[in-house]
Design a protein around this ligand. Structure first.
Ligand code: NAP
Length: 294
C-alpha cells in the first residue's frame, strides 16, 4: 500500500515510518514539507500522491503550551485532521488519526477504565482540541480509524522517561518529586506503531483505544524505569496539587482496549514488559543522549 505519513519525524511518526516501511511504500513528511493546517497544501499533496492510506501522527502535543497558544493548537489539532480527513475522503484513501486519553475528564474511580463508548469531556485545551479533531474526522471521512493512546515514550523526541533519566543523572542532592495520583498506561511508540500497521492491514474502522496493558502512576513508572536503567536515583511521590501546571490533567487516564480485544486484534503488551524491552534495546542511546552526547 502507498502510505502518506504526516508528523513522520515525531516520537510516534518515527516508529511508524520504520514499521510501516517494512511492508509498504511510505512517504513520510514533517511540518516543513506538509503543513497539515493548510487546507490547500494538504489537498494538493494528496491529489498528487494518491495514497491508499493517510496516517496522521502530527499534532501540537505540548499540553501546557496549548493553554496559551490556543490558535496554533486549534490549527494543528483540529483543522489539521479536518483537512487530511477531507482530502482522504475526496481521493478515496483510508484516514488513520491518533488521539489521546486526555479527551476524558478522568473522574472514573481507579482502576475503572475508559471504553471507546464513554462520553469524552476534556478538561484541558489540548484535550478540547484533540476531541474536536476527532469529531472533524468523523464528519469528513467515513473510512477512518481514530486511535486513542496515552503516556507515549520512545527513542525519538522528548518524553517523561527521558526527563526522569536526565534528572537522575544530574544526581541532585534533592530527590526527584513525581506525581503519584495520576493513573495511566505508559505506551511504547514502537508497539503502538505495530498495532497501527496491523489495524491498517486488517481494515479496521472507527474509534479504538490502544494503550499498553496494565496501569500505574507517573511515580511508579519513573521508579520502574530508573531501576531497569540501573541509574541510581532518589524519587519521592507527591500529589498533583504539589506540582502546579497550566493545564489540568485527568487523574484516571486508564483506557481499555475493548474494541481491539473484541476483534481479536490486540497485540499490546503489559507496560512493564515493554519498558523492560525498551530499556534493553535503547539503554546506551538513552544514556548518551541524556548525558548530552547526541
Ligand atoms: N506524547 C504523548 O504522551 C501522547 C499521549 C497521547 C496521545 N498522543 C498523540 O499521539 C500523537 C503523536 O504524538 P508524539 O508524541 O509522537 O508527538 P511529537 O513527538 O510531538 O510529534 C508531533 C509531530 O507533529 C508535527 N507537526 C506539528 N505541527 C505540524 C503541522 N502544522 N503540520 C505538520 N506536522 C506538524 C511535528 O513535525 P516537525 O517535527 O516536522 O515539526 C512533530 O514531529 C499525537 O496525535 C498526540 O496527540 C501523544
Amino acid at each position: 500500500m502507498k502510505i502518506l505519513l504526516c508528523g513522520g519525524r515525531g516520537q510516534l511518526g518515527t516508529e511508524c515510518n520504520k514499521v510501516f516501511g517494512e511492508r509498504h511504500e511510505v512517504v513520510s513528511v514533517g511540518s516543513a514539507e506538509l503543513d497539515i493546517a493548510d487546507q490547500e497544501v494538504v489537498y494538493n499533496a494528496v491529489r498528487r500522491m494518491r495514497p491508499h492510506v493517510i496516517v496522521n501522527c502530527a499534532a501540537f502535543t505540548k499540553v501546557d503550551a496549548c493553554e496559551v497558544e490556543r490558535d496554533a493548537a486549534w490549527a494543528v489539532n483540529v483543522e489539521g485532521p479536518r483537512n487530511l480527513a477531507r482530502a482522504a475522503s475526496i481521493f478515496e484513501a483510508t484516514f488513520v488519526h491518533v488521539s489521546t486519553d486526555y479527551v476524558f475528564d478522568g473522574k472514573k474511580k481507579v482502576p475503572d477504565p475508559y471504553y471507546e463508548s464513554d462520553i469524552p469531556n476534556p478538561i484541558s485545551y489540548y484535550g478540547i482540541t484533540k476531541w474536536e479533531g476527532e469529531e472533524a474526522v468523523r464528519v469528513e471521512c467515513r473510512n477512518h480509524m481514530i486511535l486513542r493512546t496515552a503516556w507515549l515514550y520512545g527513542e525519538k523526541g522528548g518524553n517523561f522517561l527521558k526527563t526522569m533519566l536526565r534528572l537522575a543523572l544530574k544526581g541532585h542532592a534533592e530527590a526527584i518529586r513525581v506525581v503519584n495520583d495520576q493513573f495511566g498506561s505508559p505506551t511504547w511508540a514502537w508497539r503502538l506503531a505495530l498495532q497501527m500497521e496491523r489495524l491498517v492491514t486488517k481494515s479496521g474502522r472507527g474509534t479504538y483505544h490502544v494503550t499498553a496493558e496494565g496501569w500505574c502512576t507517573w511515580y511508579e513508572l519513573a521508579a520502574y524505569f530508573l531501576d531497569r536503567m540501573k541509574v541510581p536515583h532518589r524519587i519521592i511521590p507527591i500529589a498533583t496539587s504539589e506540582y502546579p501546571s497550566a493545564a489540568t490533567r485527568p487523574s484516571n487516564s486508564i483506557l481499555a482496549n475493548r474494541r481491539l480485544k473484541e476483534a481479536g486484534e490486540n497485540i499490546m503488551e503489559d507496560w512493564r514488559e515493554d519498558v523492560k524491552t525498551f530499556v534493553d534495546r535503547s539503554r546506551e542511546i538513552l544514556l548518551r543522549e541524556a548525558a548530552g552526547g547526541i
